[in-house]
Ligand binder design. Structure first.
Ligand code: NDP
Length: 488
């Protein structure tokens, strides 16, 4: 095990335990501990935002939006964001190490994926700055008129983000919001504030005007205060469904985008490349210790190949190296918090009553016993009424259910309240198309799982929310249409 306290000192985490408002660090009266999930030890105490901090941050964002940010020409705004993308990229190693300490994301995963995401997202959206076209609207009026539309920023965006991959949301959510000309107040989860605060510090260095990006660390109450603040124009929320419902109430009357939870299914037909399917499902279901919204936590597998696929998955689940996220050989780190460990343990206990445990099923001990480590777990013979079939676990737990034929596969895949993502594995292209159309999910992967290029729009349907992040579609969320009618 690496010395995490020493690593925390080297990364100057003590400096990061404050709100960042109008480009300045700000202390608050209340504080909360940021805990290292590998050791269970406190890393640093962080300021807890309440009315005063939320109000100061929103006012800073409003003033920056009305003044220096909107006065910057789109070309200058693009230059600033390109500088920010480059600076963020140059700090990728440091950001990955911070996430390893704060949420337990292995550095090797961080450097390939999560810590790469913010620079990619910001650079991608910076390139949209001169492509936000409006329309000339054809009219049927007898009087001569010219009608045209333009896309404008919405104003102050409250970006409320979860703990699992905070830097990914910096790229997809905050990058798009900034490129569209908005200013932002970010409320990271109390479980994962550190990498977001460090990234926000870079904004000033890159030359973004103070107040364009503000961060108020805190808890649910902090988030609720932000949602209800009258000067916030758009609440862009990513998190669980229950919290999403509260956010929708608190933000009533404001623009709203909700990226919520999932219980996604990977459907493997007998004619699929079974090795490829098993590998894709294992990496996506257990990667980041199962703490990803789109994880294929349900594997639906056709009768004839059930035993073969199950065997491959169990073997893969046992081969993943679980350990200290700072070590380069580690593929799976701990769960992000004690609360998540409790939740996963409770769901696994429920699964043991409802289905057949094939592998894993317990907290890891030995030299990992101080941290929140959980073994990759596989349940077989999981039936639709089971809690582990219907409810999001957000841990390294895979439920396997067998099916016979396309109709049953589709009914099982659609048989939860969620509609975030799904996967289809088949060599029959017609079948892959047919099934994809019938799946009620915002994202469907075919013969692969989990790849998310920055150009691809991502978001849910049904209980998984609405709005899209990534790609061109996110620009609709972060802009509004102004119509102009000129009488000629
Ligand atoms: P939560 O819903 O618990 O929290 C999300 C964010 O909302 C956190 O910053 C949280 O703060 C804050 N919050 C909590 N209560 C309120 C409130 N009443 N008003 C405003 N904000 C509030 O989700 P988790 O952080 O536990 O993240 C896991 C969930 O996120 C899973 O359901 C997962 O599927 C979903 N998710 C969805 C994604 C998508 O793109 N669709 C992507 C990633 C995750 P705090 O943590 O400090 O309490």
């Amino acid at each position: 095990m690496a010395d995490h306290q020493k690593a925390a000192e080297a990364l100057s985490v003590a400096k990061l335990g404050k709100a960042l408002i109008r480009g300045e660090w700000r202390e608050s009266a209340e504080r909360f501990p940021s805990v290292d999930p590998t050791s269970g030890q406190q890393l640093v105490e962080v300021s807890l935002g309440r009315e005063a901090e939320v109000d100061a941050a929103v006012r800073a964002a409003r003033e920056a939006f009305a003044g220096p940010w909107s006065e910057l020409s789109p070309g200058k705004r693009r230059d600033a964001l390109e500088r920010l993308a480059q600076l963020t990229e140059s700090k990728e190693k440091e950001l990955a190490q911070l996430e390893a300490l704060d949420v337990g994301t292995p550095v090797v995963v961080g450097r390939k994926m999560t810590a790469k995401a913010p620079a990619r997202g910001i650079a991608y959206y910076a390139s949209w700055m001169d492509k936000l076209y409006g329309d000339v609207v054809p009219l049927t009026t007898s009087q001569p008129m010219l009608d045209f539309t333009m896309r404008e920023p919405v104003g102050v965006v409250a970006a409320i983000i979860p703990w699992n991959t905070p830097l990914v949301f910096i790229g997809a959510k905050v990058g798009a919001a900034l490129a569209c000309g908005n200013s932002v107040v970010i409320k990271p989860s109390e479980v994962a504030p550190l990498s977001v605060l460090r990234w926000a510090e870079l904004c000033r260095e890159a030359g973004l005007p103070d107040g364009v990006v503000n961060v108020v660390p805190g808890d649910g109450q902090t988030g609720a205060l932000l949602c209800g603040h009258p000067e916030v124009d758009l609440v862009s929320f990513t998190g669980g469904c229950e919290t999403g419902a509260k956010v929708a109430r608190a933000a009533a009357g404001k623009r709203l985008a909700l990226e919520l939870g999932g219980k996604s299914a990977a459907v493997v037909f007998a004619d699929a490349d079974l090795d490829k399917a098993a590998m894709a499902v294992a990496l996506s279901a257990f990667g980041l210790s199962g703490q990803t919204c789109a994880a294929p936590s349900r594997l639906l597998v056709e009768d004839q190949v059930h035993d073969a696929v199950l065997e491959k998955l169990v073997e893969l689940s046992r081969s993943l190296s679980v350990g200290d996220p700072l070590e380069p050989s580690t593929v799976l780190g701990p769960l992000a918090s004690q609360a998540q460990l409790r939740k996963v343990s409770a769901m696994v206990a429920s699964g043991k009553q409802e289905a057949r445990l094939v592998s894993g099923g317990e907290r890891l001990g030995g030299e990992l016993s101080a941290g929140f480590f959980f073994a990759p777990t596989v349940f077989d013979e999981v039936k639709p009424p089971a809690r582990i079939f219907r409810e999001e676990i957000f841990g390294p737990v895979l439920s396997v259910t067998r099916f016979s034929g396309e109709d049953e596969a589709v009914a099982l895949a659609n048989g939860t309240s969620y509609g975030l993502a799904a996967g289809v594995f088949s060599r029959d292209l017609s079948r892959a198309h047919r099934v994809t159309r019938r799946l009620r999910a915002g994202m469907v992967w075919v013969n692969g799982y989990g790849q998310l290029p920055v150009q691809a729009p991502f978001g849910g349907t049904k209980g998984s929310g609405f709005g899209r992040e990534g790609g061109r579609d996110a620009l609709e969320t972060f802009t509004q249409v102004k119509n102009v009618l000129i009488e000629l």
